[in-house]
Design a protein around this ligand. Structure first.
Ligand code: KG4
Ligand code: ZN
Length: 329
């Protein structure tokens, strides 16, 4: 079995995955949403201190499986340095005391493998990754072959939901709150411009849309609940339309046979529905992770570590370091 640790942002999580069957034997996650909500976003130092308390607590629960462990996997990049460090330090300590090899897992690869928890992997695969830190289209041929097709030039899709929620004093994380307020809103009331319609490239941008929302919010002195719902609906429709337009461009160029959406924001049901129609019209199979594994978790890190274990791709302890940057592409 592989014990995996995830602490790249504000979720402390540990999982134990059986190597041969891919079965998830243990999985626990402690989220810090309630601690960060008053700040309208994640405070890195606070997140780090909360990991230092939560991770050892979860580890205690996983202890009965220790004798069956063959490796320790840990998210080492990209993310917040101070929070990644908590997981990396724990991985080093466990590897030393239990005399086990370490597998350093890239967080974005982890999101890709959220599709294959307790399952065989399916490659080649085109992927829309939408999280709080990233918005990108990727092509994957294996766990070791990931190619970047296009990414956001500024904010990410999930981050733009967080920022709109902050402008409207709705709390953190913004994604689920904005999605649920949008259900009650009229998406035609505030017509925001769809970003980057004129560029033919597969690139994303959400900062212009965020500013357009800010201007409308500032115009409303005392927004009613219905105003807030209408803004959320208009924003979600426009942000999703931008993703869809760019994905359609990619589909026309590449005609993928298999497509997936991963990352925290892939839990958005409106986005799922729109991508489902796109895939249907291009006769493309759509893969989705279970809602419970869209946001950050250690189960996806453990699942991504299996091909590394099978290929003996271990990281030596003195080379294992937390890094805020993505080194894959
Ligand atoms: O993957 P994730 O847990 O963390 C990162 O790797 O960044 O993604 C978190 C992001 C947050 O920005 C959150 O607001 C967004 O995913 N998110 C959503 C939804 N649920 C979470 N965005 C839109 N709609 C949702 N339902
Ligand atoms: Zn993530």
């Amino acid at each position: 079995m592989i014990l995996s640790i995830e602490s790249s942002c504000d979720d402390s999580s540990i999982a134990i995955t059986e190597i041969a069957t891919k079965a998830l034997r243990f999985h626990k996650k402690i989220s810090q949403d309630s601690e960060h909500t008053v700040y309208g976003g994640v405070v890195p130092e606070l997140a780090s201190r909360l990991h230092a308390v939560a991770l050892p607590r979860i580890l205690e629960e996983a202890r009965p499986c220790f004798s069956d462990l063959k490796a320790i996997a840990v998210t080492h990049e990209p993310g917040l340095s101070v929070t990644l460090m908590e997981g990396v330090m724990m991985a080093k300590a466990l590897a030393l005391t239990l005399k086990l090899p370490v597998i350093a897992v890239n967080h974005l690869l982890g999101h890709v493998f959220s599709l294959f928890i307790e399952k065989e992997a399916q490659f080649p695969l085109s992927i829309l990754l939408v999280s709080g830190g990233h918005t990108m289209i990727l092509e994957a041929r294996s766990a070791f072959d990931l190619k970047l097709i296009g990414r956001s030039l500024d904010d990410s899709f999930g981050e733009s939901f967080d920022k709109v929620a902050k402008m409207l004093n709705l709390g953190y994380p913004g994604g689920p709150i904005v999605e649920s307020r949008a259900k009650e809103g009229d998406s035609g009331k505030f017509a925001f411009p769809i970003p980057m319609q004129k560029t033919s490239e597969v690139v994303f941008s959400f900062s212009g849309l965020k500013n357009a929302v800010r201007l409308e919010v500032e115009k409303l002195e005392n927004p009613t609940d219905q105003d807030v719902n209408d803004i959320c609906a208009g924003f979600q429709k426009t942000a999703t339309a931008h993703l869809l337009q760019k994905c359609k461009k990619y589909f026309k160029q590449t005609h993928p046979k298999r497509f997936a959406i991963v990352g925290g924001a892939s839990a958005n049901l409106y986005l799922r529905q729109e991508i489902e129609s796109l895939c249907w019209s291009f006769n493309c199979e759509l893969l989705l992770a279970p809602l419970a594994f869209c946001s950050d978790n250690a189960a996806m890190i453990g699942r991504a570590a299996i091909p590394f274990f099978e290929n003996e791709r271990f990281t030596s302890l003195h080379q294992l370091e937390a890094s805020p940057k993505n080194s894959l592409f």
